[in-house]
Design a protein around this ligand. Structure first.
Ligand SMILES: Cc1cc2nc3c(=O)[nH]c(=O)nc-3n(C[C@H](O)[C@H](O)[C@H](O)COP(=O)(O)O)c2cc1C
Length: 176
């Protein structure tokens, strides 16, 4: 494999999320995404940069919705599958389950520690990615993974280092 220095990696480690797209009863897809950010607390807005090369891009355009799911270390093999293969056929290889969301047509990942259900309110092309802005209209999470909305590190949150290397977030919590 050709290994290049990709300068955006200077910002890593970054958390890795899953982007679910499509509609649960028609067609659905999942990809991995590092380039996810909070934009506003009230209203709760999040953004994700998706390359137009991704199958996910066409489904977000078609349905105007997406879900950001938070995977944990138990899902790491599946994170890699959905982050390295294109199109819904890859879903036959993964161990997680897509189930109906609370408020949108796009399904959520049952095994993820959290799922944020988003309606696209804006999009803009920046360079080689489209930045989709989503209003979080509903969410669900594993109450064991968050204590009073603070992440419980026992839940095995993950971050991305490079290519197929990830870390489980653990260790000393420093209080200031
Ligand atoms: C850890 C990881 C993070 C990724 N982050 C992004 C991202 O933020 N934006 C993006 O467009 N692609 C990202 N990708 C690439 C897509 O996940 C990958 O191209 C995937 O195969 C697209 O699937 P699709 O064509 O079925 O939508 C990432 C891949 C990995 C492994």
């Amino acid at each position: 494999l050709l290994v290049k220095l990709l300068a955006y990696r200077l910002l890593y480690p970054l958390r890795t999320y899953l982007v679910v797209s499509g509609a649960w009863d028609v067609e659905a897809n999942v990809m991995a995404a590092d380039w996810v950010t909070v934009l506003s607390a009230k209203p709760f807005l999040i953004g994700v940069a998706v390359s137009p090369k991704r199958y996910t891009h066409s489904l977000i355009e078609k349905y105007g919705e997406f879900v950001i799911s938070v995977p944990n270390i138990n899902m790491i093999k599946d994170v890699w599958i959905v982050g390295s293969e294109s199109g819904p056929s890859k879903l036959s290889k993964v161990g997680f389950t897509l189930v109906k969301a609370k408020s949108i047509k796009t399904p959520i990942v049952k095994e993820a520690v959290a799922n944020l259900e988003c309606r696209v309110i804006d999009k803009h092309v920046y360079g080689d990615h489209t930045f989709f802005v989503g209003m979080v209209v509903d969410y669900s999470y594993d109450p064991k993974a968050y204590v009073d909305t603070t992440p419980n590190l026992d839940a095995g949150f993950i971050a991305h280092i490079a290519w197929n290397k990830f870390i489980k977030i653990s260790g000393e919590v420093v209080e200031t």
